[in-house]
Design a protein around this ligand. Structure first.
Ligand code: NAD
Length: 242
């Protein structure tokens, strides 16, 4: 049977591209969305027109109960989970002194606790099957820190620490755990940047361009196929952070 993959936050951006390409490659895709029902239905329709189907499941991954729902849905449809891609995330630009307790909790719940919940729920099945691949979407800011993005940077650094620790714990169960740490990728997450901002950023990137969702998706495909890489933080950033 084809491999079963869950992708969180698959309604747009990087998650959507991963869901689309893996579905086209023949994986059984479970695409999670939270509020963007129209967008996920558009993705399903686009794939259906090519004779390909995906399963879509609503769930707020910052809530433990919702992550259980996503995992139970997947097991009821396919009876196993081969790959988990923890992609859902939010971003906020705010001076450190202005970050409220609510901002902090919202960021950590959405970006970091979600990875804890999803991974803990999914890896029970993976451990049983002695097979699994977990890919966490972190960020260059988790590696080097970003001004006015302290809570975002902390959430992503936490993901990377979880990746390394879990790779050690789950390796003996034949489960690989890796992070992808993108630089700047052209998605809605960066829609507040104007053309001047983007030009300035581009000038700092040795490969002289903003990343595309395809750049990240290709790394995901490689990590899925690979058999001997675990506990790594792979930064796809055009040389912006080396
Ligand atoms: P995006 O804003 O286009 O997509 C994020 C997705 O996550 C959306 O579909 C959104 O609905 C979903 N999401 C948010 N909160 C959720 C929740 N509670 N439950 C379920 N889904 C939820 O952004 P993107 O650029 O595609 O980002 C994908 C991942 O890549 C994020 O984790 C982000 O931090 C990371 N990343 C992006 C960039 C970039 O420049 N775009 C850089 C570094 C890291």
């Amino acid at each position: 049977m084809s491999k079963v993959v869950i992708i969180t936050g698959a309604s747009r951006g990087i998650g959507r591209e991963i869901a689309k390409k893996l579905a086209i490659k023949g994986y059984k895709v479970v695409a999670n969305y939270n509020k963007s029902e129209n967008e996920i239905n558009n993705l399903k329709k686009e794939l259906n027109e090519q004779g390909i189907d995906i399963e879509c499941i609503q769930g707020d991954v910052s809530k433990r109960e919702d992550t259980k729902k996503i995992i139970n849905f997947t097991l009821s449809k396919f009876n196993k989970i081969d790959i988990l891609i923890n992609n859902a995330g939010i971003y906020q630009f705010k001076e450190f002194t202005q970050i409220s307790d609510n901002d902090w909790d919202y960021m950590i719940n959405t970006n970091l606790n979600s990875v804890f919940y999803m991974t803990q729920e999914a890896c029970k099945d993976m451990i049983k099957n002695k097979n699994g691949c977990i890919i966490n979407m972190s960020s260059i800011w988790g590696l080097v820190g970003s001004s006015c993005e302290v809570h975002y940077s902390v959430s992503k650094a936490g993901i990377d620490a979880m990746t390394k620790a879990l790779a050690k714990e789950l390796g003996p169960s034949n489960i690989r755990v890796n992070s992808i740490a993108p630089g700047i990728i052209d998605t809605d997450m960066n829609k507040e940047l104007n053309s001047e901002d983007l030009k300035n950023i581009k000038e700092e990137i040795p490969l002289d361009r903003i990343g595309k969702v395809e750049d990240i998706e290709k790394c995901v495909e490689w990590l899925i196929e690979d058999k001997y890489t675990t506990g790594q933080i792979i930064s796809i950033n055009g040389g912006w952070v080396i």
